[in-house]
Design a protein around this ligand. Structure first.
Ligand code: CMP
Length: 132
C-alpha cells in the first residue's frame, strides 16, 4: 500500500468543501489514515515549500498558505500518489480536466484548493513533516 500527503488549502477550508474533497478520495479507493486541521506559520510554510524558494511565486505561495487554516492528511491506497494527482487535476485550474477537484472548485493557480505530493519520495518527506 502506498501513502501520499494531501493538504486542503485555506481556500478549500473557507469554502467548507472539506467533506466533498474527502468523499472524492474515499470514492476513488483512498483511505484517510491520519488527519488534522492547523494553521501554518511563515517559517513552516517556507520550510514545507523550500523546493520552490527561488521561484517568483514563492512569496505569494507562503502568504496564501498562512492566510488561514489547512487540513493535512495521509491518504493510503494502491498508487496513492498518482491517484491523488489524477483526482486533483493540473496545478492551474484553467487547464485541469473537467471533473477534477481543481477544475470544479479552484479559483486560480494560487488558490487551487489542494496540494498533493508529486512522488513517493516527496510523499515520505511531506508525511514526516506533519506526522512525525
Ligand atoms: P502546490 O501543489 O501546492 O505546489 C506549489 C504551489 O505553488 C502550487 O500548488 C500553486 O498553488 C502555486 N503556484 C503559483 N504559481 C505557480 C506556477 N507558476 N507553477 C507552479 N505552482 C505555482
Amino acid at each position: 500500500m502506498a501513502q501520499t500527503l494531501s493538504i486542503i488549502k485555506p481556500d478549500g477550508v473557507k469554502k467548507r468543501i472539506i467533506g466533498k474533497i474527502i468523499t472524492r478520495f474515499e470514492d476513488a479507493g483512498l483511505e484517510v489514515v491520519q488527519i488534522k486541521r492547523l494553521r501554518l506559520d511563515v517559517a513552516q510554510a517556507q520550510d514545507f515549500y523550500a523546493v520552490h524558494k527561488e521561484r517568483p511565486f514563492f512569496k505569494d505561495l507562503v502568504a496564501f498558505m498562512t492566510s488561514g487554516e489547512v487540513v493535512v492528511m495521509v491518504l493510503e491506497g494502491e498508487d496513492a500518489v498518482e491517484k491523488n494527482r489524477e483526482l486533483m487535476g493540473a496545478t492551474d485550474p484553467k487547464v485541469a480536466k473537467p471533473g477534477t477537484i481543481r477544475a470544479d472548485f479552484a479559483q486560480n493557480i494560487d488558490a487551487n484548493v489542494v496540494h498533493g505530493s508529486d512522488s513517493a519520495q516527496n510523499a515520505q518527506r511531506e508525511i514526516a513533516f506533519f506526522f512525525a
